[in-house]
Design a protein around this ligand. Structure first.
Ligand code: COI
Length: 355
């Protein structure tokens, strides 16, 4: 799918590109940013003229509400380049819909679709030299909105800034990820903001995740806050379990992010005749399956993480190792997904969006 330009953006190009200084073979996720960024301010009840400017620091008053109350939401998406230099996004309408869903929950005004798409496509086109071809390479795109009003009463802001920044990326995780199943801390609760990409959802995981890391585990698979009996998501990705040949994943809810990679895996699985059960998945059944050998694999699915196999999990002092094999569902769906994203396979779903 290709869309025509619909909106004029003020563009100030960077005088010198930083690209020659970048070691694309040794990128650390989220540390390197392209030459330009997009922004648009919300003032007097409406979104103003969108702009693209050289990437760099911006100034905000210390009283800007985002610093005090975390009124901020974001998205994660990627652009890919094929071997002919054509550039594609993956299901960008989903990210636009979700950032507005997240925004609504945080009392942030919705960002118009035409600004989102025009900003995104103009920015990615301007910085397309930063996208390396080849599977495993991408441009990670981070749209986000922050409350900028300089006021510290605890109420929604009257001014906001919507921005998009871009970062060339390789793998988020390398090798298998070791996880803990949450037993004490919680990520989200009924009626809360777990479904939203609210900045605070991620900050709230840093402390328990650091405790897990001290024990040798990289991530936590969060369980439901009321009983800790059901497995929900890992903070950077949704989670799938394979018992024998059936895939299980938790249903989305107001506690769980409606991941674009998650829904794409479910679609690909159904179309590959892999049985998928979208239903609550209990800690008990996964431990039992690990003991009796029917648990074949666990993998995470997310934009940054793509599809990342889990190599071990811990719960209640029991540690279970999972063998990582090349004929896994994780490897199969990752390959299918990357082939669509990099224009190496047919896209019967219309997921690719050419820039
Ligand atoms: C993404 O996958 O895009 C995310 O937002 C996860 C992020 C914490 C890196």
């Amino acid at each position: 799918m290709t869309k025509a330009a619909t909106y004029e953006i003020d563009v100030v190009k960077s005088k010198v590109s930083k690209i020659a200084t970048v070691d694309f073979e040794n990128l650390v996720f989220g540390r390197t940013f392209t030459d330009h960024m997009f922004y648009c301010d919300y003032v007097d009840g409406k979104w103003q003229q969108p702009k693209i400017v050289p990437y760099g620091p911006m100034s905000f008053e210390p009283s800007a509400r985002v610093f005090h109350y975390g009124q901020a939401v974001f998205e994660g998406m990627k652009a890919y380049k094929d071997d002919d230099g054509r550039v594609f996004l993956f299901r960008p309408e989903e990210n636009h819909a979700r950032i507005n869903k997240s925004a609504a929950r945080l009392a942030i005004p919705e960002f118009p679709k035409e600004y989102f798409f025009e900003g995104l496509t103009t920015l990615v086109d301007l910085d397309k030299e930063w996208i390396q071809p080849g599977k495993g390479n991408s441009l990670y795109i981070r749209p986000f909105v922050i409350a900028t009003e300089p006021a510290i009463s605890a109420s929604p802001a009257s001014t906001y800034r919507f921005m998009i920044i871009c970062s060339p990326a390789k793998a988020y995780y390398t090798g298998g990820v070791k996880v803990l199943f949450a037993e004490k801390y919680s990520r989200s609760a009924n009626g809360g903001v777990g479904f939203a990409k609210a900045a605070g959802n991620y900050a709230a995981q840093f402390y328990p995740t650091a405790l897990a890391q001290n024990k040798g585990f990289q991530q936590i698979i969060w369980t439901d806050a009321s009983t800790h009996e059901y497995l929900e998501e890992a903070g950077t990705m949704n989670i799938f379990f394979r018992i024998n040949d059936t895939l299980l994943t938790a249903p989305t809810s107001d506690r769980i992010l409606d991941g674009v990679t998650r829904k794409s895996v479910i679609q690909l699985a159904k179309d590959s005749n892999v049985k998928v059960e979208v239903r609550p998945v209990s800690v008990k059944e996964i431990k039992q399956a690990a003991k009796d050998g029917s648990l074949k694999e666990i993998f995470g699915a997310g934009t940054a993480a793509v599809i990342s196999p889990i190599s071990a999990f811990e719960h209640g002092g029991d540690v279970f190792e999972l063998e990582l094999t090349n004929d896994s569902y994780a490897a199969f769906f990752k390959e299918k997904m990357l082939n669509i994203q990099h224009n190496l396979a047919d896209d019967p779903y219309g997921w690719r969006y050419e820039i």
